[in-house]
Design a protein around this ligand. Structure first.
Ligand code: GLY
Ligand code: MN
Ligand code: MN
Length: 443
């Protein structure tokens, strides 16, 4: 965190206040009250799961470790932070807030979660945003009005310059850690060893990452959400797929890279072609581009890659129409990203809510909107050799159009995914992830 965030933050807060003023007026509320939330308690235990502050709370300030705190905002007035700083010698107590953002808040320190209720606005209607089910501790009832959420979620799609600066930083942290993980792979580490190298380079613990890392050697790359960590290295590491991100003041990066071990040329050539295809999709992140159309375009290009590598004999068009491409690329091209790795409003029709359906036959696509400046999306095409999906394909007449010997030769490598976080601008896209890797290479 550097001083240069200060002017960007003022601008961000002004934008957020003005959006909130609109949301409240539209929905008929006088105040916004936002919970950071509390860590969920383990069943029949006195231990908690890791705390993650609510994204609405983190939208207002770069405070990720503030369980039990609240923001109270009334249009026209300085926002208040009710900051929970318990008297507690058992745990590390959050430090008194400091930094570039504090001058923009009235900060009221409370000593118990239950004290927050006394500081709520006395008159008028409050939209109270937060996780439900935590009322017994705070005494404040959340109501999460849909109209307020819809409006705020819609505008969260358009990142402020402050948010983009933090997402650049999240990508720099992620790229640095990816580089360490790739080194550990080359040195023959186990999945757990690679994961530990990643965490060390990110200077993070698991709970601070935006999502559970996927560290997959060999055929484990075929498990889309492989979050197991083998403790011992395989006898031979042929391939390595890593999908892991990092956080900067509550903003996420989401990055995937795939590597082949030396000597595995056929798989390396397939990676190179998926990488080229991925960069081709990333440059299409431009205002006016329909994201679902880009997803379908990706199916055609990836089917062409499979054809060039001799896996498919049918045309790319037939492969997409018949569903064959979906057996090898069975997830969406990507999703919005920001305060949450799978950010809100990917399907939203307007600031008043509504939903844009997915195209038929693409049940896992997480983004159906048309791209506009300020949006940040991931572009994450993949090709996988997934036993379950291949078995289904093999039972169909179209199986004759597939070279099963080639498929079998690729199975031990699992799969390929390449994922970048890309900003749609008024002009050429900004690829946060490629830029971060390039900066590392220069440094
Ligand atoms: N890491 C989850 C995803 O790529 O969407
Ligand atoms: Mn992703
Ligand atoms: Mn990912």
């Amino acid at each position: 965190m550097t001083a240069s965030y200060a002017p960007l933050y003022s601008q961000h807060l002004a934008a957020l206040r003005s959006r909130t003023d609109q949301a409240l007026e539209l929905a008929g509320y006088d105040h916004l009250v936002v919970a950071a939330g509390l860590p969920p308690r383990k069943f029949l235990d006195d231990q908690d799961y890791p705390f993650v502050a609510s994204p609405h709370f983190r939208h207002w300030l770069p405070l990720t470790d503030a369980p039990g705190s609240w923001i109270v905002y009334t249009p026209g007035a300085k926002p208040t932070l009710l900051f929970l700083q318990p008297r507690d010698y058992w745990h590390v107590v959050p430090e008194a807030p400091s930094g570039y953002w504090t001058e923009h808040f009235e900060i009221v320190v409370i000593r118990q979660a239950s004290e927050a209720a006394a500081h709520l606005p006395g008159k008028g209607r409050s939209a109270v945003i937060g996780p439900d089910g935590q009322e017994p501790l705070s005494g404040i009832a959340v109501n999460n009005p849909q109209a307020v959420l819809d409006y705020l979620h819609w505008y969260r799609s358009y990142k402020t310059p402050y948010e983009l600066a933090l997402m650049r930083e999240a990508n720099r942290h992620g790229a640095r850690a990816h580089r360490a993980a790739a080194r550990a792979f080359r040195e023959g580490a186990s999945e757990l060893g690679i994961h530990q190298a990643y965490l060390a380079a990110a200077a993070a613990i698991d709970a601070e990452l935006p999502y559970a890392s996927i560290v997959a050697l060999n055929q484990h790359g075929a498990v889309l959400h492989y979050t197991h960590f083998d403790r011992t290295p395989p006898t031979q590491s042929r391939s390595f797929l890593i999908d892991a991100g990092a956080n900067a003041a509550g903003y996420a990066s989401d990055i995937t890279r795939t590597y082949a071990a030396p000597g595995h040329q056929a798989f390396q050539a397939l990676i190179d072609d998926v990488d080229r295809a991925q960069q081709g999709f990333a440059v299409k992140v431009r205002a006016g581009q329909s994201y679902p159309e880009l997803h379908i375009h990706a199916h055609h290009v990836l089917a062409g890659v499979l054809r060039e590598h001799g896996v498919l004999r049918l045309s790319a068009e037939s492969a997409v129409e018949s569903g064959v491409s979906a057996a090898f690329f069975p997830h969406g091209l990507g999703h919005p990203i920001g305060l949450q790795v799978h950010d809100v409003a990917g399907f939203q029709q307007s600031e008043r809510g509504g939903s844009i359906p997915r195209p038929a036959g693409h049940p896992y696509l997480r983004m159906t909107r048309t791209l506009e400046p300020g949006m940040v999306v991931t572009i994450e095409p993949g090709l996988y050799f997934i036993d379950m999906l291949l078995a289904e394909l093999r039972d169909k007449p179209i199986a004759a159009e597939i070279d099963w010997a080639k498929v079998d030769a690729f199975r031990p490598y699992g799969g390929i995914r390449i994922e970048d976080d890309v900003v749609c601008t008024d002009d050429a896209p900004e690829n946060l992830t490629r830029d971060a890797f390039a900066q590392l290479a220069e440094g």
